[in-house]
Design a binder for this molecule. Structure first.
Ligand code: HEC
Length: 178
């Protein structure tokens, strides 16, 4: 883990702000301290280097290759700093609930995802669907389109616009997580 990833995501307790629900977002409740926190994170990252592009994406949702954007996602996070770590935890083992829905970012270490998505892959292949690219392709679909292992992921998980190179980089980073 690079220098910059340490200490940037303290296990900060997020309170569910009143009135903040999908479809009924009241930005008045977006607290000033959140904004200060995001600015602090941006400043911290400004002079940062990560040991890989995948690590950088994981912590900042920015890539050395250009922009990464959110096609669809929780409204209050659309314009904020939102690396994967923000919801899935610094170690990828799962995060905390970010709003009133109480839905947590799950464990996305590759070894955990591989178990889940391998099962689904077997199920699809049992039905005669051949998936070229195996588990990694299924994980990419989850990141890009919110297609989970057999169900649509909750809207709390953003749908990302990311190049295939960036997807491979972030997946490689997840592969390295213990
Ligand atoms: C705003 C919070 C948030 C951010 C930021 C976020 N995720 Fe998620 N993610 C979630 C939630 C919540 C779920 C669970 C959705 C569900 O189970 O229906 C999820 C699910 C996933 C899954 C599917 C896991 C499974 O068990 O099937 C993958 C893969 C994933 N996220 C990868 C990423 C990656 C890679 C990034 C960064 C590019 C990222 N997420 C950023 C909230 C987030």
């Amino acid at each position: 883990m690079g220098f910059c990833s340490v200490g940037v995501y303290p296990q900060r307790k997020t309170v569910a702000h009143k009135g903040q629900r999908y479809g009924n977002v009241n930005m008045k409740h977006f607290q000033v301290k959140d904004i200060i926190y995001y600015i602090a994170v941006i400043l911290l990252f400004a002079g940062c280097s990560f040991s890989s592009n995948g690590e950088r994406i994981f912590f900042t949702a920015t890539s050395k290759n250009g922009s990464i954007t959110i096609k669809e996602g929780p409204p209050m996070f659309k314009s904020a700093v939102k690396g994967c770590a923000h919801c899935h935890g610094r170690d990828g083992k799962g995060g905390r609930s970010l709003d009133a829905t109480g839905i947590k970012g799950p464990d996305i270490r590759y070894k955990t995802l591989a178990l889940k998505y391998n099962g689904y892959l077997g199920f699809l292949e049992g039905k005669g669907e051949k998936i070229l690219g195996g588990v990694d392709i299924l994980i990419k679909r989850a990141i890009l389109n919110g297609n989970g292992p057999g169900y649509k992921l909750n809207a709390a998980m953003p749908r990302w616009s990311m190049t295939d190179d960036d997807l491979n980089d972030v997946i490689n980073y997840l592969k390295g997580l213990p």
